[in-house]
Design a protein around this ligand. Sequence first.
Ligand code: ANZ
Ligand code: ZN
Length: 853
Amino acid sequence: MAVKKFEPNMYESSWRKRWEEEDVYNVDNPINATKKKYYCLDMFPYPSGEGLHVGHWRGYVLSDVWARYKMAQGYNVLHPMGWDNFGLPAENDAIRKEIHPKISTAHNINNMKRQLKEIGCVYDWSKELNTTDPGYYKWTQFLFLKMFEQGLAYQELQTVNWCNHCKVVLANEEVEGGKCERCGGTDIERREINQWMLKITQYADRLSTDLDKLDWPEKVKDMQRNWIGKSVGANVKFKVKCPDQSIEDLVVYTTRPETLFGVSFIVIAPEHKIIEKIVLGSKQNEVNDYIRKTHLLSNVERQMNKDKSGVFTGNYAVNPINGRTIPIWIANYVLKDYGTGAIMAVPAHDERDFCYAAKYNLPIIEVIEAKNVERDDAGILKEAYTGEGKIVNSDYLNGLDIVSARKIVIKKLEEMGCGESKVNFKMRDWIFARQRYWGEPIPIIHCEHCGVVPVPYDQLPVELPDVESYQPTDDGSSPLARIEEFVNTTCPKCGKLAKRETDTMPQWAGSCWYFLRYPDVKNCESFASKDKLRKWLPVDMYVGGIEHAVLHLLYARFWTKVFYDLKLVEFDEPFVRLFNQGMITRDSHRCKKCNRYVYDNEIDLTIPKEERVCQTCGEKLEINCIKMSKSKGNVVSPDELVNQYGTDALRISELFVGDPSLDAEWSDKGIKGAYKLLNRYWKFLLEESEKKVETSSDRAKIAVNELIKDVTCRIESFKFNTAIAAFMQFINEAEKMSGEYSQKELDNIVKLFGPIAPHFAEEIWINHFGNKEHVFNMKYPIYEDGVGDNRLLKFPVSINGKTKFFVYVEQGATQSQVEDIVKSDDSYIKYLQGNEVVKIIFVPNRQINYVLK
Ligand code: ANZ
Ligand code: ZN
């Protein structure tokens, strides 16, 4: 019986067309009304002009398999897509090509949308959104004003990182080793400007502790915890007598108050205000010199600086716990913005303090008994001891452990009015402004009489005006500052002439709340209706790369918490579950001499790696397997692969390339294997169906039932690669049992394919099996206990310890019975015939293992 040939290109695009026409993925479609909701979200893409490569595909395929699997479980799945369209890349790109960002990004979106549609995802395009659409950023501005009203948005003079090449202030995370990460090399200059800030620090504690309630990878939670940097300790007050005889309080922050008896000096940051008052006259010149020198260094250099230089102020402070006087030093290893900008140095138990004490010959007082350590002849530690131990040399604390001593010291300090427990955070407030064109205008008006006035809500959006030159200005102000019609306005309070804020919001703004908008994208009355928010949020599954582990995810959590406090939303965490997909890597070729990456079309990939040379200069190429990226010349485009093998084959090879959570090296062989696999199933399913078998054999029932179990539990645990492996293994057994499958078993196999190869499953389901309903609206098959003859077992046959195939044997079968069945199996010829068997290990009802010579 000849069945129709497997030709995916004959049906894949027409299925996509039909799904779109029928609007099957629209969650508001009445057929979905009674189902439970499930919100599956991909991280917001930025529409770059480069188009998608197979590395991008992976993330989209992974989340689509999950979304389709949830649909097959009976959920109404919202899987939306949109464009994070503002920001520097779009702006720089547009400047380079001399096209207005509006036009170039629209072009990019069209291209990317076409490419995304080829993946066959269940995106509900009726919910598409774009952050540069005034109907969207109206609400970004609205939410900004809500924060402004709460005092969470404020202006402050900031020393900023300025890149003279990009003409832009950089966030700290955009600075790498003192250089601009955007243009990859310009030295950063420090400038003072008045910046809009968001007070994320007010939420630091909740952002840190609420991580505990999230079903996120531990790694990401740790990265956020470290970023927030919650530190529990105490502030301790030391008295200082100034040269003018007045007494000043010098407050230090310490996480180790139990070491207070071991303090041998104090160190303050060179910027500390108290310096003006406490330095002795004789030391003044030396101190001034030192401070001038540190100011020449950037913050980055100061932190990298291994040399613990410093200067003595000539003055002393009094330790409140024992009245001892200790010298006060100034050194740049103490940061001005952390804690109180002053520390109590305990060289015996802190490495930095130890180095400093060693260098300047300051005393080292051991207060935690150090065991098994090196000491000099006088018994002094040779390095800082940071471990556990009993307290020593500390009067009434002696003999206590660290934790109890800490409690006692804090209590004592509080009684004396000399200190208190204190929590600090490393995280700083968020600079929320850019002096650039392509962003949401900050909806603020500056009035000479009334000061900073918010634009009234009914005047939103403040639209981004069209400009002729969107190039940044040399003096650092936004290009908007040049447009008089935009800048000049009247004050909403007093009606007099006033000026608009010309800074725009940073790249991150639009993605801080987009997940709230998707369910209700067209709402003009509010950023989203209460009903829709209640129905759809929070997001059940968020899928994206680990590169967003900190900033985007932290910012989105922060905004959500603010809106929760304002009763704008009813949940305080936006993403219940998070999945980070690994990246696709591939060999990149680089010529050191020409200092450039060499593209595939300039290399003969069939010759061995060691022999590949640069065509321009003949130099041997440096080959590294790194993240796929256009700039590294190692991308593989999906377009040709889809043309040749079809979307489903590419989907399967993306899934099979490795554990979804880990990086994986791309191999062009994968797609051939995937195509073959689909081809085999195609033939098998169509041929078996034509046989019209009434009831399946027991072993066929068991085999399909086992496949259901393997595939579902592997999808559940996000191990999609092993789910594909289950399909591969099954077909080997299945072909041997030809003629034993009824339609019911075949139907289940097709349904299992639904989330993975949706076009393939739909084509067979409807056009060959004659069903009317879409396959993705069918319930996913469920593993059943006690299928088939209860006495029949699916029995693994191993060769040298590795399972190679399965046979079906009766419960309790003896070794010789099993051996006979193995001999009669088709796979016997392939694996065993003609080989010398040294030993057979048989475990009744479990397995048989042939050890070959
Ligand atoms: C005494 C002490 C003894 C300390 C000891 C450590 C070990 P985290 O966990 O990072 O919060 N410190 C405080 N403010 C600082 C500043 N502005 N710049 C540099 N260092 C600062 O660490 C807090 C500890 O770092 C504090 O505890 C303080 O040194 C130092 F055996 O105080 B400790
Ligand atoms: Zn006014």
